[in-house]
Ligand binder design. Structure first.
Ligand code: COA
Length: 140
């Protein structure tokens, strides 16, 4: 899957919300029970709620497929907190999260953010490479 990594735009809100929901409810099922993923994301968000979050001043990068549909996203708060990194089921395991992390790390450096941190899921802890130990080990 060929993707383009670019900054979030308001028109992406519904796509981001959809990826968030399906990523937790489907991708995270590999490591969590059905009850756990329901507790993680109890229900779908609409575009308006998503835009309230994605448009609150944080940096959001999306990966869009050739049709322009959002298939993954990452966001970074001004204090260096990576709040979310989520990939749609059809796009998982293809290096897309790693591309997004590289993009957010570059942006963080440009903004003078010297430390990145997060609360990681089991899936985000797995990566063995230095670059892609994002989330739990994402510190510069
Ligand atoms: C975590 C997540 C974003 C990774 O997305 P992805 O696009 O599949 O990740 P990538 O293909 O870029 O892989 C990144 C690294 O994770 C490893 N990885 C990805 N999926 C894996 C799996 N199912 N099992 C083992 N390793 C896996 C890759 O091998 C790679 O490691 P490497 O760079 O050391 O080789 C995705 O699994 C997801 O959306 N999970 C559900 C939501 C979630 O847990 N988000 C994180 C919250 S902190």
């Amino acid at each position: 899957m060929k993707v383009t990594v670019r900054a979030y735009e308001p028109r992406d809100a519904a796509g981001v919300a959809d990826v968030f929901y399906r990523s937790v409810r489907e991708v995270a099922l590999s490591d969590y029970t059905a009850d756990q993923v329901k507790a993680w994301v109890p229900r779908r968000w609409d575009a308006e709620r998503e835009h309230q979050r994605s448009g609150d001043g944080r940096l959001v990068l999306v990966a869009a497929d050739e049709a322009g549909h959002v298939v993954a996203f990452i966001d970074l708060e001004p204090d260096g907190h990576i709040d979310r990194l989520y990939c749609a089921p059809e796009a998982a395991g293809r290096g897309i999260a790693s591309q997004l992390y590289d993009g957010i790390e570059t942006a963080a450096r440009e903004q003078g953010i010297g430390r990145l941190f997060t609360e990681a899921s089991e899936l985000a802890r797995r990566s063995s490479s230095g670059r892609a130990s994002w989330c739990w080990n994402a510190r510069t």
